[in-house]
Design a protein around this ligand. Structure first.
Ligand SMILES: [Zn+2]
Ligand SMILES: [Zn+2]
Ligand SMILES: [Zn+2]
Length: 313
């Protein structure tokens, strides 16, 4: 059986798992759909592997060989096939585009789903299926040059389209409730929109006006602003923080120098918990105070040090 057929089977079985009334099958739904997506990617790598290379592009190990004419050829070796990271690198190098952020979300949800075991709800998986639908559809159209509806079959296609529509509508309703609130900065709104419920992993967070609490629409977990805002904002900036630490750029968030409880968004100059704003320009030397040195003082670290020294003399 071809890799493409395996991919389509895996997706179809995953969707059957999702449709089942047996909640234990939710986990296998996420696994099957994710492995279906990876198989779709591998089908592409297989298709474009050079002839006689033993499907080099899907093999982790590729070794050079010389043929009778003395020409070097790269041949796939061993049984190990490419993992997500390998696929990413090869696609990037081959200029095959995939929405990696979306794929990472799917992968993260699939990995985290074990933690939500006790509260696993079919509703919470909808985002993962909606994200999968977009990746699968776009990849089939753009990279496999096929019609997704006829390739996936009517049954799978119908489930994917419907789940995606329902999810997007629910998400839109949730976003509207969040939009009505006023925040210290809009960044908090963007972060809450992307927040994943700590109980079930769903991102369907809404604000319940009547009860004045945030609520997960999937598992009905109720949350106060202070309980979620730090996690939401930290997660929202996780990528930028990682890059800043790795490449030495500006750190986007620090612990609030004023209240010590909230996350302080440096470029917005505001704490998401107390709403306070630190002084960013030193009153002594006039320099911009680095994020790590922000404090409740009007001076930078160096000026503070000098003042302390003078005072103690
Ligand atoms: Zn939830
Ligand atoms: Zn604060
Ligand atoms: Zn200074």
């Amino acid at each position: 059986m071809s890799i493409l057929n395996n991919a389509l089977d895996s997706i179809a079985i995953g969707l059957e798992d999702f449709e089942s009334t047996d909640d234990r099958r939710i986990i296998s739904a996420t696994r099957n759909i994710f492995s279906g997506i990876l198989l779709l990617f591998k089908a592409k790598l297989c298709e474009i592997s050079p002839q006689g290379s033993d499907e080099a592009l899907i093999k982790q190990k590729i070794l050079p060989e010389t043929d009778e004419a003395g020409v070097i050829k790269w041949i796939g070796r061993g049984k190990k096939t490419v993992d997500v990271q390998n696929i990413k690198e090869r696609f990037e190098s081959l200029k095959i585009s995939v929405d990696w952020k979306r794929l990472d979300n799917i992968n993260k949800y699939r990995n985290d789903i074990e933690h939500y075991h006790s509260t696993l709800k079919r509703d919470a998986v909808k985002k993962m299926i909606s994200d999968s639908f977009i990746i699968i559809r776009d990849f089939i159209v753009d990279e496999l040059n096929k019609d997704p509806k006829s390739l996936l079959g009517d049954k799978s296609w119908k489930i994917l389209v419907e789940v995606n529509e329902v999810y997007l509508k629910e998400k839109q309703k949730c976003d509207l409730t969040l939009e009505q609130l006023s925040y210290y900065t809009d960044e908090i709104f963007h972060a809450l929109r992307e927040y994943n419920c700590s109980e079930c992993g769903s991102d369907l967070l809404e604000f319940d006006d009547a009860r004045c609490v945030f609520k997960c629409r999937a598992c009905e977990n109720e949350l106060q602003y202070d309980e979620i805002v730090n996690d939401a904002v930290n997660e929202y900036y996780a990528g930028a923080t990682y890059l800043a630490l790795k490449d030495g750029g500006d750190i986007p968030v620090v612990d609030c120098p004023l209240c010590g409880i909230g996350v302080y968004i440096v470029h917005e100059g505001v704490c998401v918990s107390c709403g306070g704003s630190a002084n960013h320009q030193c009153a002594g030397c006039g320099s911009n105070i680095p994020a790590e040195e922000l404090s409740d003082s009007i001076f930078c670290g160096y000026c503070n040090y000098k003042i302390d020294k003078v005072m103690s003399e």
